[in-house]
Ligand binder design. Structure first.
Ligand SMILES: NC(=O)c1ccc[n+]([C@@H]2O[C@H](COP(=O)([O-])OP(=O)(O)OC[C@H]3O[C@@H](n4cnc5c(N)ncnc54)[C@H](OP(=O)(O)O)[C@@H]3O)[C@@H](O)[C@H]2O)c1
Length: 276
């Protein structure tokens, strides 16, 4: 994604993956300064651990308590988080959806749910229900958000278990449903909730992008709901990071095309491995 944008814009950068052992995290991050590397993305499982090695955080990363983007700025390391904004941009640009005043259910209470929930509240969502398999984790997320935001915009924030009887009522009343769990990826195919409660009043989003049309999105689409997959979030969070480092926008449609081709190629490789 980044190298496609770099090539298209004829910039003098290269984007490389590094696998870093936990015991080497501090030295790897400090290495950015030594090597004068422009910046870095951080992914699972280091988005929180990395904060202790940075000089300062941008407001969004501070609120979310996790960093997915680092930039070396005049010799100091600054942490950013573009995940939540990436999702909101995808919702706004790809699905033409404004979250102000909306009733929203987020499935999952992990890192992605935290970034997305905080952004939705800041953007003016009316009600947010966090539905998680482990209720304690959902409650912890709600407590965390309450401690960070006075959320005068969002009137209602609550955690429930996926088994809670109220879930069906909340689904019926929801405008937007967002899956932030890995359910729907590869072999993780069990239903998150009874899909029969979905209807044409719903906007259903899945931040999973492998496959591009998860079972949740298929079932939602059959019942007339509008759907959004995780590809847009991936592209827009990447674009925001790219802009932080280079000052340039990615050529979004070129990047989208390359990504779809690559994902389809990988899916067909997996299918042919299975049939061997
Ligand atoms: N499109 C994008 O750009 C983008 C960006 C970030 C993440 N993602 C995707 O989002 C997903 C979550 O990432 P994350 O960082 O938030 O992970 P995480 O911190 O590990 O959280 C995972 C969440 O999913 C729940 N979960 C896991 N397996 C489940 C199952 N079988 N049934 C029901 N709930 C289940 C967990 O519930 P418990 O608390 O009960 O364990 C937890 O709430 C991943 O698939 C990742 O690839 C996509």
């Amino acid at each position: 994604m980044h190298n496609t944008a770099i090539k298209h814009l004829s910039l003098n950068y290269i984007y490389l993956p590094f696998e870093v052992k936990k015991e080497n995290l501090s030295i790897a991050i400090r290495g950015l300064k030594g090597l004068e590397i422009k910046g870095m993305n951080i992914t699972i499982p280091y988005k929180e651990d990395v904060i202790q090695f940075l000089d300062y955080l941008e407001e969004e990363a501070e609120l979310i308590g996790a960093v997915n983007t680092i930039k070396l700025e005049r010799g100091s390391l600054k942490g950013y988080n573009t995940d939540g904004n990436g999702f909101i941009e995808s919702l706004r640009i790809d699905a033409h959806e404004d979250v102000r005043g909306k009733n929203i259910i987020i499935f999952g209470a992990g890192g992605a749910a935290r970034a997305i929930a905080i952004k939705l509240i800041v953007a003016g969502a009316e009600r947010i229900i966090i539905a998680n398999r482990t209720i304690e984790r959902g409650v912890k997320l709600v407590e965390y958000i309450n401690s960070k935001l006075s959320h005068q915009n969002s009137k209602f924030l609550k955690a429930i278990s996926l088994k809670d009887r109220l879930l069906i009522q909340y689904i019926r009343e929801a405008d937007i449903l967002i899956n932030t769990t890995p359910v729907g990826m590869k072999n993780n195919l069990e239903p998150l909730f009874p899909y029969d409660y979905l209807s044409d009043r719903h906007m259903v989003c899945d931040i999973v992008y492998r496959p591009l049309k998860t079972r949740l999105l298929q079932e939602a689409s059959i019942r007339g709901a509008r759907i959004l997959n995780g590809l847009g979030m991936l592209i827009y969070q990447g674009n925001l990071s790219f802009k932080i480092w280079t000052g340039y926008e990615m050529p979004i449609e070129i990047v989208r095309k390359i990504l779809i081709e690559e994902l389809e190629k990988r899916n067909s490789e997996v299918r042919s491995q299975k049939s061997e």
